[in-house]
Design a protein around this ligand. Sequence first.
Ligand SMILES: Cc1ncc(COP(=O)(O)O)c(C=O)c1O
Length: 403
Amino acid sequence: MTTPESMDHQGTTARPWGLRTLAVHAGQAPDPATGAIAPPIVATSAFAYDDFDVGERRFNGQAPGYVYSRFANPTVAAFERKMAALEGGESAVGFASGMAAISASLLGLLKAGDTVACVGTLYGGTDGVMRSLLPRLGVSVRHFRSVEALCTGLEAGTRIVYVETPSNPTLEVIDVRQVARMAREAGAISVADNTFATPCLTQPLALGVDVVVHSATKFISGHGDATGGVAVGSAELMGLVRSAGMGQLGGCLSPHEAAMLLRGLKTLPLRVDAACTSAEAVAHWLQSHPAVARVYYPGLSMHPGHGVAVQQMRRFGAIVSLDLRGGRAAARRFLDGLRIVTQAVSVGDADSLACHPASTTHHGMPEAVRLANGVSDALVRMSVGVEDTEDLLADIAQALARV
Ligand SMILES: Cc1ncc(COP(=O)(O)O)c(C=O)c1O
């Protein structure tokens, strides 16, 4: 019988599995004990071992087997195998949230005296780690506005080069192939936050990146009912991330959440595809609306990152941001006028969501930095869900009429 552990990404046919097949089958198979197709939720904190010697050898890593769910758990392991397969990585580590995955990846790979180089705009929480947590621990962080700035400013000996693409909330598209090459030449580890693109649109590891991180709370869950994170990369790097993240920081993913994320992943390619179709329609439609000063969407030919997006994204994503004429007051009227689109800060749900980044996700960013990063008071971010395109367009049109 095929067991989850014996499943590879090739399946039984000669041809490697496509993304939709991987999303359904990779990393899991019917439970050998019961035949259950859905992965059993192994809700236990510890695992019994037969005798003293087995316990000692499992703890030393000399014998296979689970010992304690903070270190590893079968349901979490199935999620990790599926994520590794989807991102094309050797190994993955699941976490309690995206921020747990990001901070554990950074803390697992850095020491005092190291330098991190960040490129472009980052999610507010990540920006906080870069501007406050890491400097307090003796890590220098340098911020580069663009890949061009990184080209001239990246110093040899930098430990990590960190990017997020497309970025939150202005949808900057960073050329990850170029960043990964520059990082390698400088002897640095490249880390990419792939939350907005998902492996359905971009696989950073195939473009040369060393570590991919995700807020699994977003598209991976897809239903707004689970919180999680994941890091994917080589077995060597993930060993460092796991020992810091689980052994010392302890931000482990619960088996209940892992089961939710596994369920969400089955439909990831279908949901992302449907949302991209609507997002493309919404972005094009918004472009000619008189209340809208600017639309940020990598699929638009006027978007500064369009050329790179064509190279590294299969489609252009489900997030559309817009600057409204009339500043914060206009943004407030638009958001308060939406009926189908819900006001909330997350992204990647089946439900369309919209928020005002300046007063929510990016409120902690110093104002000058926020404005320099294009997060104006007039900016609204929309995460397009899987509702009917025509219904979304009608809802957005009636809310814009109030602006
Ligand atoms: C791009 C990006 N990365 C990381 C995070 C943090 O993820 P979590 O909220 O799951 O900790 C977020 C949250 O919004 C995000 O948008």
